[in-house]
Design a binder for this molecule. Structure first.
Ligand code: WTA
Length: 654
């Protein structure tokens, strides 16, 4: 036990597991060394795991040189991602289940969609898109619940060369409109309602509101999922299911260049509006497929369940593209872990005999609070590997996951990665790398992590190091640019530490060379595994007519990992009341979405600012953390007395 009373130690897979794993310790060492010594040879060979229409003659052509950042992999190869995820499996797997769809209500039947059915439905969807005028390179926004049509839509876009941009169904009409407009999408695909946890979100009505702020030509394709009544605009709305039923069941796939964009996914940055992360076709697919196979030790015939939503990158890479490229059976779950009760995850694991289970620490922590009896009543003997993603997993949650879910026999892969990275960057390979609870352990093949001293920007050569995490060279799954803004891409990721990709995360490397991610060092916070820019929440708050100014920071939250703490300065003469606090919470909910609702709002008659007017967030973070004894030097503040006022009225006294 460490001094904080938390479990420590090193955990290895069993001899049996290691003997049957894709990669053992010796193989990892040799392959890793080869991958960084000669990336062209390594990735040249790995590229063959997918099918190419025209083979590539070059592998890596990348530069992290600020001002000239350019990332290309397999650049003269051509392929189709949809063909790789579906058609190429038709010879051996036509009747194998590709997707198991588990609906929100356990009373409704699960759907087992074979590869043959996936092909037909994807083709029908592709033909519907084509009939609406969608062409190669066009953007299609997908705003859907976790239903099979979301998978068909993604793969249909890939099939005809359209670029999808999925907007998480929990986002508000405003957020949806911004993403439709930024990507200049021709089409938005939505559903009537999204059932989740027994409640329904009115997606179609949200979309109607969003489209008021978009070009009149944007078409709206509606999946009638629940069948509930919605407003219908005859000239704009299209009934997807009806059109799919009438469409041709086959659609040829388009030959795409390896570097043609596959999708855009908006994510939060430290400043400004969300960034449209662009992933391309060849390198992304090679990387998603390889990591899905290696990280989870996925074996042919396994049932793989990633509980994420397809609205996040985890859903893109590990529900759809990675597993399907590997010919896997992948689960799509419409519901939530606690509906109808806290045993739902485990009931689904038992029902579908899940072999690999991949979720977020926030889910583990909330289920941990409900007691182990919810886990114990289900047969989890099929589980072989457990995964974690989204934030550092605290050793307590790790231990609970290991003991109650894995029964001490399933390796836990703590996968560190980002929307920007396409796939895992630092993660144990279960048969090769012993785990330490709370550590993402070692880099994946081809990934060269470096720990920099944030003050001097120098690389720390010693094994034991503390600092910011950068990556020294490119890997195939890396994002290529920000949609329509390459300059911002360079600025955000390559300007601060020249020659490196900057992750935005802090990290520690221990004496064994294990990496421990310590969290974001910028103004991005991580709430229940959802990434949020504090600037986004601030701009939502100041858009309220009664708010003059606001500063938002994260603070430690038992279940969510981080909570949202908002300091709000009201307009002159506005009375701070509990009713107004509620109003502001709801305001942010409707401006961004429920995930952005502040947990704590503190009325701040003044904010701590330097004489040049810059808000000193360091101080606000400390107060939000209830750690106000060590605020450091406040003498540079224009008015140091505001700090005492904020401390006295702090909202977090835990
Ligand atoms: C954090 C999610 C520690 C990190 C795939 C990163 C993690 C951000 C881990 C990206 C992990 C993700 N351990 N921190 N295993 N996984 N993070 O873009 O701060 O939604 O920068 O991608 O989540 O979040 P994103």
């Amino acid at each position: 036990m460490a001094e904080n009373g938390q479990p420590t130690g090193v955990y290895s897979a069993s001899k049996d597991f290691i003997a049957n794993a894709h990669v053992n310790a010796e193989q990892y060492a040799a392959m890793y060394a080869a991958s960084v010594a000669d990336p062209d040879a390594f990735w040249g060979a790995q590229g063959k795991r997918i099918d190419w229409i025209k083979d590539y003659s070059t592998v890596k052509n990348t530069s992290f040189d600020y001002g000239n950042v350019s990332i290309k992999w397999y650049e003269d190869g051509t392929l189709n991602v949809s063909a790789n995820c579906i058609d190429r499996h038709m010879i051996s797997r036509a009747n194998q289940t590709a997707i198991i769809w588990e609906p929100d209500s356990p009373a409704a039947p699960a759907q087992h969609i074979t590869y043959a059915q996936l092909l037909e439905n994807t083709c029908r969807m592709a033909n519907v898109l084509k009939a609406q005028g969608v062409e190669k390179g066009d953007r299609v926004v997908i705003y859907l619940p976790m239903i099979p049509e979301a998978a068909y839509a993604m793969l249909a876009c890939a099939r005809i060369g359209a670029i999808h941009s999925i907007v998480f169904a929990g986002f508000s009409p405003d957020a949806l409109a911004n993403r439709i407009n930024d990507s200049e999408a021709k089409i938005v695909i939505t559903a009537d309602f999204a059932p989740r946890g027994g409640k329904k979100t009115a997606l179609k009505s949200n979309t109607d509101q969003a489209l008021l702020h978009c070009d009149d030509r944007v078409k709206c394709l509606v999946v009638k999922h629940t069948g509930d009544q919605t407003h219908w605009s005859a000239e704009r709305d299209v009934d997807v299911k009806a059109e799919m039923a009438a469409a041709r069941p086959y659609c040829p796939y388009v030959e795409m260049n390896a570097e043609d964009p596959l999708f855009i996914l908006y994510t939060s940055g430290s400043t400004g509006k969300p960034k449209g992360v662009v992933h391309t076709s060849g390198g992304y697919l090679v990387y998603a497929a390889m990591t899905q196979q290696m990280t989870f030790d996925y074996q042919d015939g396994d049932v793989f369940w990633c509980t994420a939503d397809v609205g996040w990158v985890t859903g893109h890479s590990y529900i759809i593209y990675g597993p399907l490229a590997n010919g896997a059976t992948t689960i799509m779950f419409e519901g939530v872990p606690t509906y109808p009760d806290a045993g739902r995850f485990w009931e689904v694991c038992a029902k579908h005999k899940v072999n690999q289970f991949y979720t977020a620490p926030t889910a583990i922590r909330s289920l941990m609070g409900m007691g182990p009896e919810w886990v114990d009543k289900h047969d989890l003997s099929s589980l072989r590997v457990l995964g974690s993603v989204g934030e550092p997993i605290n050793p307590e949650a790790w231990n609970w996951y290991n003991t109650h879910v894995g029964k001490g026999k399933c390796p836990i892969v703590d996968t560190f990665w980002q929307t920007e990275t396409g796939g895992h960057l630092i993660t144990p390979l279960p048969g090769a790398i012993p785990q330490k609870p709370g550590s993402a352990t070692k880099p994946f093949f081809g990934v060269k992590p470096v720990v920099l001293d944030p003050a001097t920007a120098t690389v720390q050569e010693a094994t034991e190091a503390d600092g910011v995490l950068c990556i020294a060279d490119s890997w195939p799954g890396q994002m290529r640019t920000l949609w329509g803004d390459h300059a911002r891409f360079e600025e955000a990721y390559f300007a601060q530490y020249r020659g490196y990709y900057f992750t935005g995360d802090g990290c520690r490397r221990d004496a064994d060379g294990y990496y421990w991610i310590t969290g974001r060092v910028d103004d991005v916070i991580n709430v229940s595994g959802h990434r949020m820019g504090t600037a986004e929440v601030e701009s939502a708050l100041v858009a309220h007519p009664k708010v003059a100014e606001s500063a938002v920071v994260g603070y430690p939250h038992d279940i969510k990992g981080q909570g949202i703490y908002a300091y709000v300065t009201l307009m002159n003469g506005v009375e701070p009341t509990d009713a107004l606090r509620k109003e502001l919470e709801n305001w942010v909910r409707s401006e961004i979405g429920p995930i952005a609702k502040p947990d704590l709002i503190q009325w701040a008659p003044g904010l701590p600012k330097t004489r040049s007017g810059k808000i000193m967030r360091r101080i606000l973070r400390k107060i939000a953390e209830n750690d106000y004894g060590s605020l450091g030097d406040t003498s540079t503040l224009a008015d140091p007395s505001v700090v005492d006022e904020l401390i006295n009225n702090r909202m977090n006294r835990g």
